[in-house]
Structure formats: C-alpha cells, structure tokens
Design a protein. Structure first.
Length: 420
C-alpha cells in the first residue's frame, strides 16, 4: 500500500553506499553529492510532513465526527430516559388503579357473600320476607328483587375483574416497554463509552502526530546545517515513528465501522437474484492481476500485525486506471471515506454474518452510506489515492475487526468473472 518511498530509500542507499566516497565520518566529501543527498532527504522529510498533515486532518475530522456522534447518542439517551420516567409514572398510576379496582372487587365479593348467607344460609330470612309480603305477588317480587340484586352484584364483580385484567395487561405492556427502553439506554450508553474511548485514542494519536510534525519541521529548518549522514539517520527515525502513528490513525476507520455496526444492525441480508450459488464472494475486479497477496510481507512499509513485523491485510488487484470495482457480496454501505494517505478513497460494506469488506485507493466512490448493494454492484472506480505507487485496488476482508484472507470466500484461482 505504501511504496512511494521505496525508490527514494533505494536512491539514498545507492548514493550513500555505492556511488559516494565517504569521509572518516561516513559522509560524502563531494559538496555536490552531499547537497544531492540533503536535497533528497529534504524531499523525504517533505513527503513525511505531507503524510503527517494529511493524517492530522483526518484525525481532526474523525474527532469532529466522533463529537457529532456523541451528541446524537446523548440525545437518544436523554430521550430514552424521558420515556423511562414517563413509563414509571404510567406504571405507578396503573398500580394505583389496580389497587382501587381490587378493593372494589373485594367489596362486591363481600356483598355477594352476605347476600348468599341471607338467602341460602338463613331460612328465617325467607320467612321474614314471606311474613312481610302482602300477597303472593308481593312475595315473588321481593324474591325477584333479591335475585336481581345478587345477579347485579355478580355482574359488577365480573366487570371489575375484567377491568382489572385489562389494566394489568396494560401495565405489563408498559413494564415491557420500560425494560426495552432501559435496554436501549444501556446499549446507547455502551456505544457512548466506546466513542469516548475512541476519542481518547484519537486525541493521543493527534498529540503524538503534532509532536512529530513539529520535529519534522524543525529538521527541515536545520537541514542545511547538518551533515548528510545525520540528516538521513534523523529522517529514517522520524519515518518509523510517523508510520506507526499514521497506521494507528488508519485503524480509526475500522473503529468507526465497529461503532456504525453497533448502531446499525445489518442482520440477515436476503440473497439477491444472480448471487453466486457456490461462493460467498465474487472477485471485485474479474480481469485483474494480483500484485500483492494477503499475509506476512517483506515490505518495510507494511504495518505490523500479531507476531509479524510487516503484514499486508488485504489483496492488491491491478486493472487499468478507472476500471469498475464491484461489491464482492450483498450488503449495506457502512463507510465512504477519503484521505490523502492510508486507504485513500475507500468504501466499506457490511455483510451478513459479521463480514466487512473494504475497497481502497479508489479514484472515486459511486455509492453512499446506508445504500443497499447486491453482489456485483459497482461501488467505485480503481485509482491510486492514498499510500499507493500506481493504480490498483486494495481489497480487504475483516471479521470481528480482524483482517482475514479473502481467498477462501472467492472463486479459486486467478481473478475471474466466474460466479457459479
């Protein structure tokens, strides 16, 4: 990905080791040759400074995006807490009404018990009713009134029980809604905590980068007063430091993706018509040549990974400049970004099963965040943006933030249009 300085380093080595006579201190004695090395070192320092400034700009933009996301999450948390408070009031009111209904039901139950005792358990009550009746018709009316009163009390009790059951069901729904809001609030709080952690990392990287930028500018200012050998040693040291910092800045792409995935559940994406029936992915550039495979690398400019000092986290594919780049699988566009270093112009697609693919060094992206894409959708055009020495596509697969060799997911052999 980052080969722009190879030729310069080789030139320095050739000039310094093969072509230039050295003094006792190891510096060239010819002022013209020494000036040539200093000019080349100046060019390298200038390149370092440009990359560092680009990374600084990206980190500052990332911090601004982070702050905006934090504000959005904080707003959602406040809204969830307001809903929880409102539901607490509704649940408390429901419990109060349940208690009132329960007491009314108990009163009606007691009245029915008293009436039952009067009618069925105390025969003398019936004799009293008979004695007090003026006629058979009056007696039947009195007995009917007792039956109506009992039936009415029972009907009221049953109605109150139905009301209580409905009220309890409403309360249970409110409690379920409250539990869901608490779950949402806690998830949002976790997302916010991760954003703050990312912010701290970005601020640390930015502070370190600013120190290196100041050092690089100082070296540029002092270059004319230094020996070529010392200038070259200082430049190499700064290059190693800045590469590590810029690599950390590039990692923020994947951290931002992780936060996007947490806030945007991709779920199971239906397989599109025309999708390969044999392979999960298709080659994003079917006529390409592989210029660099996935895995451990001998190139010094590749970042470390695991136990490897240099590791290429994707597959580099070469087609003519401007060739269409296709989505390897159905998915949702999660990120579309641009930087003068690192991945350059890039697109990240989230797929089912926690798979995420990145398409880097594009001349232009042709999709937008949130867009649904199907396998074979053109997501951009091949370019040479970012840390690139020529037109190519950096195709990267990550699962749970870990770079994975895409080869097992692709049709075997060289890149092809085969789908199966």
């Amino acid at each position: 990905m980052r080969g722009g300085l190879i030729a310069l380093v080789l030139a320095l080595l050739v000039l310094g080791a093969d072509r230039l006579p050295a003094t006792a201190e190891g510096s060239p004695s010819d002022p013209a040759q020494q000036q040539a090395i200093i000019d080349q070192v100046r060019a390298q320092l200038g390149s370092n400074l440009a990359d560092a400034l680009a990374a600084q700009q990206q980190l500052q933009q990332s911090l601004q995006d982070n702050a905006a996301q934090q504000r959005v999450l904080q707003g959602k948390i406040s809204a969830a807490e307001a809903k929880i408070a409102d539901l607490d009031l509704q649940i408390a009111d429901a419990k109060r009404r349940e208690a009132i209904l329960a007491r009314r039901i108990e009163v009606k139950r007691a009245q029915l018990r008293q009436l039952a005792r009067a009618v069925y358990s105390a025969p003398e009550s019936a004799l009293v009713v008979l004695a007090e009746s003026e006629s058979l018709s009056d007696l039947l009316t009195r007995i009917a009134d007792l039956n109506v009163a009992g039936a009415r009390a029972a009907e009221i009790k049953d109605s109150l029980k139905r009301d209580l059951a409905a009220l309890q069901l409403e309360r249970e729904k409110e409690e379920a809604a409250r539990a869901e809001q608490i779950k949402l609030r806690d998830q949002l709080g976790s997302d916010l905590s991760q954003l703050k952690s990312l912010q701290a990392q970005q601020e640390t990287s930015l502070a370190q980068l600013e120190v290196k930028i100041a050092q690089t500018r100082t070296e540029l200012a002092r270059l004319n007063t230094q020996s070529a050998q010392l200038a070259q040693q200082v430049t190499q040291m700064l290059q190693q430091q800045q590469d590590a910092i810029i690599a950390a800045a590039m990692q923020s792409v994947w951290t931002q993706l992780q936060l996007w995935v947490q806030s945007n559940n991709v779920g199971q994406i239906p397989t599109s018509s025309g999708h390969s029936t044999k392979f999960r992915f298709i080659w994003p550039e079917p006529q390409a040549q592989i210029s660099q495979p996935f895995g451990p690398s001998t190139y010094w400019f590749e970042p470390p990974y695991g136990s490897y000092p240099h590791f290429h986290t994707g597959i580099d594919l070469v087609e003519p400049f401007g060739s269409p780049v296709q989505a390897a699988d159905d998915g949702v566009v999660a990120l579309v970004g641009s930087s003068s270093s690192g991945y350059g112009n890039y697109v990240v697609i989230a797929h089912s099963g926690g798979l995420n693919t990145l398409y880097g060094h594009l001349s232009t992206a042709l999709v937008s965040v949130g867009q649904q894409v199907t396998q074979g959708t053109v997501v951009g055009l091949e370019g040479s943006t970012g840390n690139s020495t020529g037109a190519h596509l950096h195709f990267e697969l990550r699962i749970n933030q870990n770079p994975v060799n895409p080869a097992p997911y692709l049709p075997p052999g060289a890149p092809s249009a085969f789908r199966g």
